[in-house]
Write a protein that binds this ligand. Sequence first.
Ligand SMILES: [Zn+2]
Length: 526
Amino acid sequence: MQLARLRLLLLPFFAVYLFACAAPQIDPPKQITILHTNDHHGRFWRNEQGEYGMAARKTLIDAIRQEVAANGGELLLLSGGDINTGVPESDLQQAEPDFLGMRMLGYDAMALGNHEFDNPLAVIEKQRQWAGFPMLSANIYDKRTGKRKYQAYQMFERLGLRIAVLGLTTEDTAKIGNPAFIGELEFRDPKAEAAKLVAEIQTKEQPDLIIAVTHMGHYDDAKSGVNAPGDVALARALPEGSLAMVIGGHSQEPLCMEKPNHNRTDYQPGQACQPDKQNGTWIMQAHEWGKYVGRADFTYQQGKLSLGRYQLLPVNLQGVPEPAISENTQMLQLIRPYQEKGQAKLSVKIGETHGGFEGNRDKVRFVQTNLGQLIGAAQMYKVGADLAIISGGGIRDSIASGDISYKQVLKVQPFGNTLAYVDMKGEALRAYLLNVAAKSPDSGAYAQLYNVKISDKDGVIEIAGKPLQSERLYRLALNSFNASGGDGYPVLLTHPGYVDTGFVDAEVLREFITLNSPLDAQTFAP
Ligand SMILES: [Zn+2]
């Protein structure tokens, strides 16, 4: 009653009064935390220095879950994809420990990365069962049916907010995936797919937020060079802010901006990190291998999302002063048997050879050897190249006559370089070959050449027994180390025909040996 009288008295201020009265109806702020990782690449177990690993990641994420819940917040745990390929113990078990580990960590969704297609498509189905959470990609189509091959998006509810998470995969998968496995798939332009799908989700689901989990790479200022367009191009191609954020992968960098459109190149674990923002969309990526868990604490209020704090939380990385994160026992119980089984598998016979392969450093840095030829043949086979090259310094051990184990192959190529190729004109190839062929013996740079003959006297070059043609396009297979200028080789990373397949060199050699076993060492005589 008193209030009613007051209202009459203060009639001129009625509007002000109404405003004040409405104030309590403003939604309270909602705390939404996004945790993210990407490019796990088989690192379910810690490395020899005790860095990363899913057991420590579990301890870290569990603690964050508790903290967020205690503050009345809720979270989503997302991955930018590429769970597969990179560690023999994981590769040999089709990444089963990795996907089961992700399930235990409570991942909500992930993007399908290009390396999810390193195995036959049936393996992805198995991995989906192990994971138990959606593996998303909106832009992969089945050529026969013309329909999407995989789930495009998933709806989540957090603190009453409707959150759509959609997935996208780099078009480059068509270039770097195994043609035997992806032949029936079409990788469409993710920007166009996202535009279509965002509109569809907005109508159908009326979400409060749309998040993209992508495996497309982050490239400063959308300059993707020889790569397919990445997350920056995606954010710019859509109506402003239609994606609240992109949780990315593929370029495998700590994404911490120095200034607009410039990612830092000197980021050290433990330092502050500013994610990218393009056209109203946050873009985040947490380097690789579970080295970090990205943590973004958002506040959502009155239809607006604002980023409070962003961190890349290091998982037991060296050089970080913080105390070590202990390993979660339950996770260790899950993954330890796989680690042991994986290591045991390394000693198992993968093939055999009649006659040994020469990898002694007194040989591979001086003369052409049959092991140089074998590695060249494996590289060439894997990417359908015309010729192959590896510097002698990249070959670290011999293979004896008899049974061959994966362990032995890993001794030959211990560095975990990836296989790359370059499509280049004969003329450019001639210049390249003359350059590397001139590297002096008795150095790691001495080149082992496969399917190439260079005559000492006049520099005449033959590829597969035929004179090199200046105008023809050739495919050269080599590892990422040499391609990036390792051993003083010309840098090929920026060549428009350059593709890094991401296949680990030792795995490529293992596969070749298995496919061609028993090997006859003599047939690889230089
Ligand atoms: Zn990738």
